[in-house]
Design a protein around this ligand. Structure first.
Ligand SMILES: [Zn+2]
Length: 276
């Protein structure tokens, strides 16, 4: 599932290819992927408009049109975006196609084999972005994410630190893989209530979150199963994972077998010795 480093990698691979182009046509093969409006309204708003910028907030990609209208794409579990020649054969899980102008016509295809992803139309002054987008907490690498902020949001919290790190309204961008990795790196057990962390632990966690995410962005994300960037290239961070999906294997720091447990509905991987 793409998390912030993967979505940012997709954005960086697509932006130079699509910014400045015009969307000449939109083909919607599965209307349900347009989550907040009907296909006709979506098509009418987007067709014939220029793509001014491709931005990102949390795990959302933001396509800004020349008119000031936007649409957002969330890839969820297994969604992906493929930039390719208009003549390339279409994968059967392709649900929406954006045709782009140019000497060699290209397309941006939204593909999703698990059907959790979605596209949201946000017309200037008319549509509210989805609630999940409106409630996003600060970006991990933005100046608003400060040590004082992390301290404040964890204070008195009874919820487990793992669940708190996944809460996009507290911090935008972490998902299951990087939450497990940062907790291992910081030596904090995922079951601990947020409010039980000492100042030293919060301080350590704060530094680790930024470092791990910065490194993952540099490595162009982590590829398991389905994630690839806009050109179909895999990420390199998988080889650096220390606990995620390594249950039964030795902790790279102390040799203790990595354990897995469910927190909420999500699997969590951790070292019972290093993470207290
Ligand atoms: Zn260990």
């Amino acid at each position: 599932m793409p998390e912030m480093p993967e979505v940012e990698t997709i954005r960086r691979s697509l932006a130079p290819r699509i910014e400045g182009k015009t969307i000449t046509a939109v083909y919607i093969f599965s209307p349900k992927f347009i989550r907040n409006t009907d296909p006709e309204t979506f098509t009418r708003t987007v067709e014939g408009k220029g793509l001014k910028a491709l931005n990102r907030r949390g795990k959302y990609l933001i396509f800004v049109l020349s008119t000031g209208d936007m649409f957002l794409i969330h890839l969820r579990m297994a969604g992906r975006l493929l930039y390719c020649s208009a003549s390339q054969e279409r994968n059967k899980h392709t649900h929406v196609v954006f045709c782009l102008d140019g000497n060699d016509p290209t397309q941006l295809r939204f593909i999703d084999l698990r059907h959790f992803g979605g596209i949201y139309l946000v017309r200037k002054g008319r549509d509210l972005p989805p609630e999940g987008f409106r409630n996003l907490g600060p970006e991990i690498l933005a100046p608003e994410f400060t040590l004082a902020y992390l301290e404040t949001v964890l204070k008195k919290k009874k919820a487990r630190i793992k669940s708190l790190l996944l809460d996009q309204s507290l911090l935008a961008g972490l998902g299951n893989i990087y939450a497990d990795e940062v907790l291992h790196e910081a030596g904090i057990n995922p079951m601990r209530p947020g409010g039980s962390l000492s100042f030293e632990e919060i301080h350590r966690l704060y530094g680790v979150i930024q470092r791990v995410i910065r490194e993952a962005v540099r490595e162009r994300g982590t590829t398991f199963a389905t994630y690839v960037d806009g050109e179909g290239k895999a990420g390199n961070y998988a080889s650096r994972l220390k606990v995620y999906q390594r249950q039964g294997e030795s902790c790279l720091r102390c040799g203790t077998p990595v354990e897995r447990l469910k927190i909420g509905s999500r699997s969590s991987y951790f070292c019972p010795r290093c993470q207290v």
